[in-house]
Design a protein around this ligand. Structure first.
Ligand code: ATP
Length: 266
């Protein structure tokens, strides 16, 4: 694979739900090229198909049509070991952190699983050091949390814990579906900065799934605009935001100041 070739390439990716008059085309013949170390945002309103696309890229939903290539080869997810190999490289954090964890495992076990997934043979001290290091990367105190269950944590702590796991797993690709939906503005920028730091340190490819054009402009190299299952515009973040070509992109950008002016009661 040459360095100019995408790490993940999608062609004509399609997902239909239901049949007959109930049929919904959630993702409609989407093409994408994600490169190593690139930060991509997929932006669209609720129901535009972003999460469905993310789940297909993750291999959690089977596509109805089209194909995905990973490292220049058709992606294979047939056997358990195919999937294990793929999920070692590609990790996701979803909107609802509570759905991402086994609620019956304590924090320590959730973090231990990352060490196990990597197949590392470490001493007890080394394991403990790794878990502490990951927690301190996301400003969590391992000593305070290790014995807790996920439901005993706040939404923000859960989102940080998900990033701690990414820190330990070093995936090549991270799909982050509204990763800051449960935190306040201050923690939000901290979480984004943590993710950007991970990209810089590991050359990780990050795909942000968001309805927030401002966030996309702030963090991304490349923006894909998604409307009703289709990518209607894609390109460098600056170009898309400062010189949008598609009416839907212009509408998304115009809606941003309106969100704030709606609170301007003066
Ligand atoms: N399992 C499913 N069965 C049937 N329809 C589905 C299913 N999952 C998603 N859809 C439909 O597919 C379309 C796209 O949904 P999707 O969740 O991908 O959108 P989204 O852009 O991620 O929205 P949001 O920002 O609200 O999460 C919607 O019309 C949704 O109702």
């Amino acid at each position: 694979m040459s360095s100019r070739e995408p790490l993940i390439r999608g062609r004509g990716l399609t997902k239909e739900f239901g049949i007959g008059s109930q049929k919904t085309t959630a993702v409609d013949a989407v093409d994408f090229d994600f490169h190593k170390g690139e930060i991509i945002s997929i932006v669209g309103e609720s129901g535009s198909g972003k999460t469905t696309l993310a789940k297909m890229i993750m291999g959690l939903l089977k596509e109805s049509g089209g194909s995905i290539e990973y490292k220049g080869q058709p992606r294979r997810l047939k056997t358990h070991s195919d999937r294990k190999r793929y999920w070692k490289d590609i990790q996701a954090i979803f909107q609802d952190p509570f759905s991402s964890f086994n609620l019956f495992y304590r924090v320590e076990k959730l973090l231990m699983d990352c060490i196990r997934l990597q197949g590392l043979k470490l001493s007890k001290e080394e394991r403990s050091l790794k878990m502490r290091e990951a927690c301190s990367f996301v400003n969590l105190k391992f000593e305070e949390l290790h014995n807790k269950y996920p439901f005993e944590l706040s939404g923000g702590q859960m989102q940080r814990l998900m990033i701690a796991r990414i820190f330990m797993l070093h995936p090549k690709v991270l799909i982050a579906d509204e990763p800051t939906s449960m935190v306040d503005a201050c923690s939000r920028s901290t979480i984004l900065d943590m993710l950007l730091k991970l990209r810089d340190e590991n050359d990780m490819t990050i795909v942000f799934i968001t309805h927030d054009v401002g966030l996309a402009y702030y963090v991304s190299d490349t923006i894909y605009i998604m409307e009703k299952g289709e990518i209607v515009e894609r390109g460098p973040a600056e170009e898309i935001i400062l010189n949008p070509q598609h009416a839907y992109t212009r509408q998304l950008i115009n809606d941003v100041p309106k969100i704030h002016s709606a609170w301007d009661l003066g």
